[in-house]
Ligand binder design. Structure first.
Ligand code: ATP
Length: 422
């Protein structure tokens, strides 16, 4: 299946918005056995959008567009496509009533311009929008007048905002794709997300032992990001499921403790899940991460069942007053030290009556380093009923990456403790 993706939006070409749809949609398709053959980004400009769609339809079986379905004057995709395909736009009463309901529920007046979103090209299938007003539109172009070989193609228009596009893609586009373009052979993809070891080391540990599965169709991919390496196991054909399962078992035997999540799972969702299963609670005492660890935990639905408190104790006074860190400890060892991290974690645990407390203190830089504690030095402490464990790390990155990696290491310290305690 040849699939082309057209992202529309002048803001993408001006560098004001990062084109995350490109990554997200390509990844979704790849994980379901489909491949994007070409991707293009065009401005919200009539002729350009039409030209791009026409060109893509001349090659592809499926063309996806994103953006430009809203009610404002630069949202012109719907009109242009109807024009290109020579289809009339007809008002759909069901969409209109959904849009009216959307505004009524929020007690907001409905701008007249919103009504254009209820206009549907004749013959188009409507993809419901659960988080906004502009529905997606899917059209079978049959016969496809733009392709020499003729045949049929599908054209699917999706809205711009990610929170509207993503559920629509999962709930409407993938089923349509499976139905209209079934895969020639079974396809299975499983991504094991690891942390604590670099990409080449991960490969060195597992590649040799998986070699014998390659002839039966196993493909292995590695994707490294700061603080994590994804191992992607793909199988094709009748034995795909069994092959991938066997490969996963081998990887688990070799580097099981490094795997923190599967597929789209995150470190923080694993932490919340592990704590919730055990009915245990967490308190946080953060210095150099400035609340980022608490931010990540609270991104997970259900975090309130496990997170009791997240304190950002940046100054020495805050560490003393809010966590009970002792003046002598600060004077003797400095705020960035194993001893202070320990007292922060123990203070946070006792004061909040938590099962676990994580504390971090470090030097994010670019200033503030010394010979004995260079920029990037960080101490992570985990207090629990079995005592306090410490890790000293060296994360010499820019400040944002420093926060992410430090949070990742702190979570992983807790994850390993939870998993080993059972
Ligand atoms: P709206 O009703 O909001 O106008 P729309 O379907 O017309 O929806 P656009 O106006 O094209 O969509 O985009 C709306 C917003 O969605 C953009 O301002 C941007 O923040 C986000 N967005 C659009 N395209 C992308 C993209 N490719 N990647 C990430 N975000 C995007």
């Amino acid at each position: 299946v040849a699939i082309e993706l057209i992202n529309t939006g002048s803001e993408l070409l001006l560098g004001r918005v990062l084109n995350t749809h490109q990554q997200w949609i390509c990844r979704q398709l790849a994980d379901h056995g489909y491949e994007v053959t070409r991707q293009i980004c065009v401005a919200d400009e009539g002729r350009q959008i039409q030209a791009a769609v026409r060109e893509s339809l001349s090659r592809a079986d499926l063309v996806l567009t994103t953006g430009g379905l809203g009610p404002t004057s630069d949202d012109i995709t719907r009109d242009l496509i109807a024009q290109l395909l020579g289809r009339a736009l007809v008002e759909d009463p069901a969409i209109l009533s959904t849009i009216t309901g959307y505004f009524a529920q929020r007690r907001r007046p409905m701008p007249a311009s919103t009504k254009v979103q209820a206009m549907v090209p004749v013959g188009a299938r409507v993809l419901p929008n659960l988080h906004g007003t502009a529905p997606g539109l899917a059209m079978e172009v049959n016969p496809n007048p733009f392709r020499e070989s003729g045949g049929r193609s599908w054209l699917i228009l999706l809205p711009g905002p990610p929170r509207e596009l993503r559920p629509m893609f999962t709930e409407s586009v993938l089923p349509l794709l499976r139905n209209e373009f079934p895969l020639a052979q079974p396809f299975v993809c499983r991504t094991l997300r690891t942390t604590g070891m670099g990409e080449s080391m991960v490969e060195e540990k597992i590649a040799g032992s998986l070699e014998f599965l390659r002839p039966v169709g196993l493909q292995i991919g590695y994707c490294a990001r700061v603080g994590e390496v994804d191992v992607r196991l793909v199988g094709h054909g009748e034995k795909a499921e069994a092959t991938v399962r066997q490969a996963e078992e081998i990887v688990r035997q070799l580097i099981g403790p490094l795997i923190f999540a599967i597929g789209d799972g995150t470190m923080e969702s694993t932490i919340v899940q592990l704590l919730a299963e055990r009915r245990q609670t967490l308190a946080l005492a953060e210095s150099c991460t400035g609340g980022f660890i608490a931010h990540r935990v609270t991104n997970v639905p259900g975090a309130s069942a496990v997170l009791l408190c997240g304190l950002v104790t940046y100054s020495n006074d805050a560490k003393k007053n809010l966590l009970g860190v002792r003046e002598e400890t600060l004077a003797a060892h400095g705020a960035v030290s194993e001893e202070v991290a320990r007292e922060m974690a123990e203070g946070a645990r006792q004061r909040n009556k938590a099962d676990f407390a994580l504390a971090v203190t470090g030097i994010a830089g670019p200033d503030g380093g010394s010979e004995s504690k260079p920029v990037g030095t960080v101490f992570i402490a985990l207090a629990s009923k079995s005592g306090t464990v410490m890790e000293k790390r060296f994360n010499a990155f820019d400040r944002e990456t420093f926060k992410f990696v430090t949070a990742q290491q702190a979570f992983d310290l807790l994850r390993r403790a939870l998993v080993t305690e059972g």
